[in-house]
Design a protein around this ligand. Structure first.
Ligand SMILES: [Zn+2]
Length: 414
């Protein structure tokens, strides 16, 4: 099935890593997860192979079509659902969710909806053209108020969510009154577990990733026993499903995107740890945007201290270990990145020339449009050139020791 994204984004250009000059083909290396330290997983090749990864669309055939990712561990356990992009202008939330769908888990099921409100994400706006605020359409004890809200809710019900994490951003900081802003806060339901887990996650993120006291993470209730139904997804999830539910808000003003994404990753990892990572939160599960594990960074620097660049595609990791795989994209027609493609022309991207010096590549993931969502997989990918503009497709390869590398290609019809 041709991805809706392609026509919507008018994909036009591809670039090549291994055939062409390599211009613009940055390679970023690191480990997705340090399994060797988990003890229960000494065979580093087993984890990815044992996981079941699936995806499907909701609202298929409509402008609201979006992808749901389901990662199943071989060990039974609870289900955690992570949602991003309910508000399309809260970029760090959906970028983090797009990364989380590549996480490996130890037990249970992880369901990720990176771009819940695809139209709003595409537009970069809080709401879509024809919808009011999506996060006001989940009334307690009543049916969701739009088809999209109903489709999202159905996913939570279908998978019987035990933990729900909804990722957002705010232009202001929460200081007890949501009117002033809700950034740098984790809002939670009213059970003791939710209160304690949110507090622990806020403390962890603050300790590990915040230098400025003004940016310390706080917690607060999004609904108390007497709170009127507000239509929040998390409110409905905690009340109607009994799921431990959290709404994470980072500050989007004057903070690099990379830092905000790291905050979301670190907090989400803590919030879902008991469900899908076993009993002890292990920060090795939260890759930062360079693809390196946060646990590997033992400095006290915030992630942005060394690198303020938002454009991760331009980053190079000079000290990447020798065993890091190399992601490469070839194209048919040859050198498509350097061509002015015809609108409607099919280009095949071939990742089989990628290499893994210390093992073999077991997973090929594609992010069409450089949206930070790897929503295609396979050794090759067909894309259709659009009628105008340029677009970038990112390839991520994962080897049998969970080491990753990415590269990208940009296609153009002009
Ligand atoms: Zn929001």
């Amino acid at each position: 099935m041709q991805r809706e994204t392609l026509s919507r984004r008018s994909v036009v250009a591809l670039t090549t890593g291994c055939m062409a000059s390599g211009l613009g083909a940055a390679t970023v290396g690191g480990t997705l997860e340090d399994d060797a330290e988990d003890g229960d997983d000494a065979d580093t090749g087993a984890t990815e192979a044992d996981l079941s990864r699936d995806s499907f669309s909701i609202m298929a055939g409509t402008t609201h079509e979006t992808t749901v990712y389901v990662i199943d561990a071989p060990v039974d356990g609870p289900t955690a659902v992570v949602v991003g992009g309910i508000h399309g202008n809260e970029v760090a939330g959906y970028e983090a969710a797009g990364d989380i769908n590549g996480w490996q888990i130890d037990a249970g099921t992880l369901v990720v909806i990176p771009e819940a409100h695809a139209v709003a994400v595409e537009q970069g706006t809080r709401s879509g053209d024809d919808w009011s605020d999506l996060n006001r359409q989940f009334p307690e004890s009543e049916a969701p108020e739009s088809d999209l809200a109903a489709a999202i809710w159905d996913v939570l019900v279908e998978y019987d969510a035990d933990v729900v994490v909804d990722l957002h951003e705010s232009t202001g900081i929460y200081a007890g009154d949501p009117v002033d802003g809700v950034g740098q806060a984790i809002f939670h339901g009213d059970s003791p577990t939710e209160v304690e887990t949110a507090a622990a996650a806020a403390e962890f993120a603050t300790d590990q990733y915040v230098d400025d006291p003004a940016l310390e993470f706080e917690t607060g209730p999004f609904s108390g026993p007497s709170t009127e139904p507000s239509g929040l997804l998390v409110h409905k999830a905690t009340r109607d499903l009994g799921a431990d539910s959290y709404l994470v808000e980072t500050l989007s003003t004057d903070v690099p995107l990379e830092t905000r994404v790291q905050w979301h990753l670190a907090i989400t990892e803590q919030l879902v740890a008991d469900a899908v990572f076993g009993s002890e939160p292990d920060n090795g599960h939260a890759p930062d945007v360079d693809g390196e594990t946060a646990a590997a960074d033992e400095s006290d620097d915030t992630p942005d201290a060394e690198d303020d660049e938002d454009d991760e595609a331009d980053e190079n990791v000079a000290d990447a270990p020798d065993e890091t795989p190399v992601a490469e994209i070839r194209t048919d027609p040859d050198g498509a990145a350097d061509l002015a493609l015809e609108a409607g022309q099919t280009v095949t991207l071939d990742a089989t020339c990628s290499t893994a010096p210390a093992g073999e590549i077991v997973y090929y993931q594609w992010d069409v449009g450089a949206t930070a969502v790897f929503d295609e997989s396979g050794e090759t990918l067909e894309v259709t050139a659009g009628t105008n503009g340029r677009d970038t497709i990112v390839l991520r390869v994962v080897d049998d020791a969970d080491r990753t590398a990415t590269t990208s290609i940009t296609l153009s019809t002009d």
